[in-house]
Design a protein around this ligand. Sequence first.
Ligand SMILES: [Fe+2]
Length: 282
Amino acid sequence: MSVQAEEEQVAPAARVAGAQGVAPAAGLTSAPDAAIDQALGKLDSTQLRDEYVDQGSFLYLSDFLPRDATQRLIDAANALMPEVNRNFIPGHKAGGSVSRHTIDRLQPYIAELYRSPKLIAWLEKITGDRLQLSPEDDPHAYALYYYTRAGDHIGWHYDTSYYDGRRYTVLLGVIDESSCILDYELHTRDDSKPDEPGAVQYPPGALVLFDGDKLRHRVTPSREGEVRVSLTFEYVTNPNMRPWRRFISNMKDAIAYFGFRQVFRKALQSARVGGGKAGGSV
Ligand SMILES: [Fe+2]
C-alpha cells in the first residue's frame, strides 16, 4: 500500500463555539484533581467496574468531566488549531493531530489532567491494573485529534500496544459539531463471547475507556463544515518497549499522526539524555 503523509497547518477556526480563550479562575473545579473529584462524586465505581468487565474492557460515560473543565479543554483545543499536523493515509485515515510535546509547550493544563492522581486511581479501579504514565517521548501520551475537513476519519483498527504491557486509551470529547460516530465491536478477541457492535457520538465532557488491544473501532467520516476534536490519554502497565517495536511505533506516529520532525527529534533527544522509550500506536 502506498502511504502518503500530508503535513500542513490548519487555519484557526474562530467559528468554533467557545473559541474565546477564557482563563478560568484558579481554584475552581477545573483544577485537575478537583475536577476529577467532582466527576467521580456522581459515579458508582463498583458498578462501572462490572460494566467495564462485562463489555470486554470497555466503558462509555456520556457525562464525565464538569463543565468548567470541559470548557478549558475546548479553549485549549481552539488555541492549538494553528499547531495541527494534517495527515492522510489513503483508505485508512485523514485528520489532524497535536502531540503531547506541543501540548506541554502551549497548553499544560491538559498534561496536568493526564497526570491527575485521582483520575489515575479511578482508572486503576475500573481496569483492575496498576497504571503508569506513558514515557516522556511518547507523542500519544496525551494528544488532540482534529477532524476539520470533509472526509476526515479513521478506519477500523485497534490501539495496538507496542509496549511490553497493556496500553489503555481514554478518549474525552472536546468539540463535536459533527456527524462523526465512534463505531466499535466488543469481544472480538474473546472466543467465548459473540462480537457485539456498538456506536457512540461522544459529546464534550464524555469519556470512553478501553484496552487498546481489545476494542476494534473506527470513526466515521466528517462532512463539509463540521468540526470535531477529541482528546486522548494513554496509560500503560509496563513502559518498556523493545527497539524494533519502537521503530515501528515511531514510523506509525510520524506518518499517521504527528510528522517526522515531532516524532524523531524527540526520540533522538531522549536517546541522547539517557535511553528514553518511544511509543504510541495507531
Ligand atoms: Fe484508536
